[in-house]
Design a protein around this ligand. Structure first.
Ligand code: ZN
Length: 147
């Protein structure tokens, strides 16, 4: 197994450490970089899995992209798509729900599309999630062209 960032061959222990934590293969150096991001921004592990799932099919995204107001879990800036991973999907309060809607409205006004994905969907259907995002990216590309 090789590091998904630098393609360096992984030792058993590096592979185990990275895979146990994130479910992806990263060398020691790149795992530390990810650890820092998680501590600093509270990045959900599902955002990291999605990031590498998209990378695998050639879609580059950015983790913890700063949109001027807040940090977005995952952004595909080429098509102005923001992806938020909902980690407490089952216990969403009405206050949170209206805040989410307001945020979606603001980003929409700025030409961004925001989709919210429950973390369990990434956990259990990573490949399908990646496929659907690929479709959304394709759709957005077409829309951008027609503008
Ligand atoms: Zn690496």
């Amino acid at each position: 197994m090789n590091c998904l960032e630098c393609n360096k061959e992984l030792s058993y222990i590096d592979h185990k450490n990275s895979f146990d934590t994130y479910g992806v293969e990263l060398c020691k150096q790149h795992k530390v970089r990810m650890d820092k991001l998680v501590v600093l921004k509270g990045t959900p592990v599902e955002a990291i899995q999605l990031y590498y799932g998209l990378k695998e099919i050639g879609i580059s995204s950015m983790l913890e992209w700063w949109d001027g107001k807040k940090s977005v879990d995952l952004a595909i800036s080429r098509v102005k798509l923001n992806i938020e991973i909902d980690t407490d999907y089952n216990t969403i309060s009405h206050e949170q729900a209206i805040m989410d809607l307001e945020e979606a409205m603001h980003s929409f006004k700025n030409g961004f599309t925001t989709i919210r994905i429950p973390h369990v969907v990434v956990k259990y259907y990573l490949k399908d999630t990646v496929k659907n995002i690929e479709g959304i990216v394709e759709g957005l590309k077409v829309n951008i062209k027609t503008l």
